[in-house]
Design a protein around this ligand. Structure first.
Ligand code: SAM
Length: 287
């Protein structure tokens, strides 16, 4: 052991994401790989001892390498398998490419439009997270850099499945959490069309979630919440909104036909995720 060992050891550098400025998740950083900002938000990529590399936007954790597949598989495959044969898919947000990677595993898919307001998120994800951003070069994929709300207002296209893989409802993402936005999405759905949106944590965001589900129920005839785990998100209990013109949330096919492996999703979890604790049923006005 040399006398300089203590100066060579990793820094005692920590990151905390606070929820409501009162509680939070804290982890030790091995290295800061990128720190900068785009026109829309601060962007950081850090390497950590426990969670792998982490993408942080505006101080908020987007995903960690250790748990990203929990979120991306449960967001993507519940919507994709609830549809009888999804061919055309729209992803609003999701510039990291994780949801896109999962959608592209479905052989029925013919075309995907991904609309993220921030081209820097795509660039940085491709550079630091090639396993997550692995489908941007798939020939079925078109990427658009603009506000998702503007895209759906102006587009005439229709989709079998629409995902809202947005950041939290602050800053540029406020436009993609409004009733007008859901109304525009509804107008872009095909007959058996399905929309799935990430919808925050019932443990910390009760009021927001009640408002969101009230809005969705005013727009869509069929609306259900489902839940899954997401260890690096506030409370670890994460919710998703499933909305459709009528098609129910149950899986219509099994995962045998997918191109690529699944580490989290399976049909049993798909069905079970729609069972809600009583306090959450009350929050979303569900029996
Ligand atoms: N799953 C993550 C989470 O819940 O923490 C979010 C994934 S993804 C990184 C969120 C993306 O939404 C970001 O890349 C951000 O640029 C994009 N975004 C925010 N507002 C947007 C808007 N109005 N239109 C399109 N994309 C938007």
């Amino acid at each position: 052991m040399s006398e300089f060992d203590q100066y060579l050891s990793p820094p005692n550098l920590w990151f905390s994401e606070l929820h409501k400025n009162e509680v939070g998740l804290t982890f030790r950083i091995k290295d800061v790989l990128y720190a900068g900002h785009s026109k829309y938000q601060r962007i950081m990529v850090v390497d950590t001892f426990e969670l792998g590399k982490v993408l942080i936007l505006y101080g908020s954790i987007m995903f960690t390498e250790k748990d990203e597949y929990f979120y991306h598989e449960m967001l993507a495959h519940v919507g994709m398998f609830a549809h009888p044969e999804p061919k055309r898919v729209l992803i609003i947000g999701g510039g990291d490419g994780g949801t896109l990677r999962e959608v592209c595993k479905h052989p029925s898919v013919e075309h995907v439009d991904l609309v993220d307001i921030d081209s820097e998120v795509v660039r940085i994800s491709r550079e630091f997270f090639p396993n997550i951003a692995s489908s941007f070069d798939d020939p079925r994929v078109s990427v658009h850099f603009e506000d998702g709300a503007k895209f759906v207002r102006e587009s005439k296209d229709r989709y079998d499945v629409v995902f809202v893989d947005s950041s939290d409802p602050v800053g540029p993402a406020t436009t993609i959490f409004s009733r007008e936005f859901y109304q525009s999405i509804k107008e872009h759905l095909t007959e058996n069309g399905v929309m799935v949106a990430q919808s925050e944590s019932p443990f910390y965001h009760a009021q927001f979630i009640s408002g969101l589900f009230d809005d969705l129920k005013k727009v869509f005839p069929y609306v259900r919440m489902y839940l899954s785990w997401m260890p690096a998100y506030p409370s670890g209990m994460w919710s998703y909104a499933f909305a459709s013109l009528g098609v129910d949330h149950l899986p219509k096919r099994g995962p045998e036909t997918l191109n690529g492996k699944l580490r989290f999703y399976n049909p049993e979890l798909h069905k079970a995720a729609f069972a809600l604790p009583n306090f959450v049923k009350e929050m979303v006005g569900q029996d």
